[in-house]
Ligand binder design. Structure first.
Ligand SMILES: [Zn+2]
Length: 362
C-alpha cells in the first residue's frame, strides 16, 4: 500500500503552506482520493505542539492533552477478563479496568439495541439511540444535531488535529458525516480507512481473513501516525473479533482472536509510550473499549438486552478514573471524559444533551 502513503505525501508537499495555514481548508480544497493516510511528519511541528492551555479555574496548564480511543469490536467482558491480554493489561496498569454498559436504560426511551454502529454512535455522541437515531448497522440516518466528539474538537478556538484509523469506512462517512455540512463539515486531518471497500486490497483473502488484514494495516498506520504526528484526538476501530464471534461464537478461535487484537493494542500503546518519552509535555489519555457483549447461549449473536450483551468494559491509562464502586460506567460516559481531559469547550446546547458524565474523578 505504498501508493496510499506516497500520493498524499507528495500532494502534501505541494500544499504545505495551505495546510499549515488551515487544515480544514486543506481537506475542503484538496479533495483527496480515499483511502488516504496523511503521514505528515513536517506538519507535526506546526499544529501539534500547542500552546499551554488554561484550566477552568484559570491556572495555566503546561501540558498538551492528547487522547486515543480504541474500539475492539464485540468482545464480552467475561472473555476479555479470562483471556490473556498483556496489551490491554499494560494500559490498565497505568489506570484502571472496569465493566460498563451499553444499551441505555431497559424499558426507557434510551433503550438502545446492542448493535455495533449503535454502540459506536453512543460513544461518539455521548447519547443513546433515541437522540443519535442510529439503531442498526445499515439504513442509517444519524441525527447530527448531537455533535460527535470530533466536531467538538474542531469547534475549539485552538487548533486541534484529529485522526481516524478504521476498518469500517461508514464510521467516518455516515456516523460522523465527515464533510457533510449538516454534520459540521470536514473534521479529520489524518485518515486511514476505505481498505475494506478497495478491491485491490488483499484480493486473494477470504472475507474474515481480509478484514483481519485490514485491521492489521489500519493499526500499523495508526501507530506510525501516533508516533510521528500525534493527532490530538484519535480513534482506532478494529473489527476482526466481531467477525470471529459471529462465525464461531464462544470458542478457542474467539479467544485467539482476542489475543490477536490485544497485540494490536500493544502496538498502539507502544507508539503512545514512545511518543510520550519523546514529548514529555504531552498528557495522553488512552481508552480501550468494546461496543457490545454477546449472547449467553453461544456467543454468536448480539443486539438484545441480556446482561451479557449489555456488559462492556473500559480499560484506560488514567489514574483519575472513578472506581466502579463509585458508580457504574456507560459507553456514553467516554465522550464527557474525553471532553474533560482535552479541556474542550462545547456549545451549551450540545453539553446539555449529553447522557453521560465524565469518568474523571478530579
Ligand atoms: Zn460490534
Amino acid at each position: 500500500m505504498m501508493i496510499t502513503l506516497t500520493r498524499p505525501w507528495i500532494f502534501f508537499i505541494s500544499q504545505q503552506m495551505e495546510v499549515q495555514s488551515d487544515l480544514r481548508r486543506f481537506w475542503a480544497y484538496a479533495k483527496l482520493p480515499l483511502p488516504v493516510l496523511l503521514s505528515m511528519g513536517m506538519l507535526m511541528a506546526q499544529v501539534t505542539v500547542a500552546d499551554p492551555g488554561t484550566s477552568d479555574d484559570g491556572v495555566e496548564v503546561n501540558t498538551v492533552p492528547k487522547t486515543l480511543f480504541v474500539v475492539v469490536d464485540g468482545i464480552p467482558a467475561d472473555v476479555i477478563e479470562r483471556v490473556s491480554t498483556p496489551g490491554i493489561d499494560a494500559v490498565a496498569a497505568k489506570g484502571s479496568y472496569q465493566r460498563a454498559y451499553v444499551g441505555g436504560e431497559i424499558g426507557m426511551p434510551t433503550e438502545s439495541p446492542t448493535v455495533s454502529a449503535v454502540g459506536y454512535m453512543s460513544l461518539l455522541t455521548g447519547t443513546w439511540s433515541n437522540k443519535h437515531n442510529v439503531r442498526a448497522n445499515y439504513g442509517i440516518e444519524p441525527n447530527y444535531a448531537f455533535w460527535d466528539i470530533f466536531r467538538v474538537a474542531k469547534y475549539q478556538a485552538r487548533a486541534i488535529t484529529t485522526g481516524l484509523f478504521s476498518t469500517w469506512t461508514d464510521n467516518r462517512t455516515i456516523l460522523m458525516g465527515d464533510g457533510l455540512e449538516a454534520a459540521g463539515g470536514y473534521k479529520f486531518d489524518f485518515v486511514a480507512d476505505g481498505y475494506e471497500n478497495d478491491p485491490a486490497f488483499a484480493p486473494a483473502l477470504e472475507d474474515v481473513e481480509r478484514i483481519q488484514a485490514v485491521d492489521l494495516h489500519v493499526t500499523t498506520l495508526a501507530a506510525k501516525t501516533l508516533l510521528e504526528s500525534a493527532p490530538d484526538l484519535s480513534w482506532v476501530y478494529l473489527q476482526h473479533t466481531d467477525d470471529i464471534g459471529h462465525r464461531d461464537g464462544d470458542s478457542p478461535s474467539m479467544d485467539f482472536a482476542v489475543r490477536w487484537v490485544d497485540a494490536r493494542v500493544s502496538e498502539l500503546w507502544g507508539a503512545v509510550q514512545a511518543r510520550s518519552q519523546q514529548f514529555s509535555g504531552e498528557d495522553w489519555l488512552v481508552i480501550v473499549t468494546t461496543d457490545h457483549g454477546r449472547t449467553s447461549s453461544n456467543g454468536k449473536g448480539h443486539g438484545g438486552q441480556s446482561d451479557r450483551e449489555r456488559t462492556i468494559w473500559i480499560a484506560n491509562n488514567s489514574p483519575r478514573m472513578v472506581s466502579p464502586a463509585e458508580r457504574s460506567a456507560a459507553i456514553v460516559d467516554i465522550y464527557p471524559t474525553i471532553v474533560e481531559h482535552m479541556r474542550f469547550d462545547m456549545p451549551e446546547e450540545v453539553a446539555a444533551q449529553l447522557d453521560g458524565q465524565s469518568l474523571l474523578s478530579q
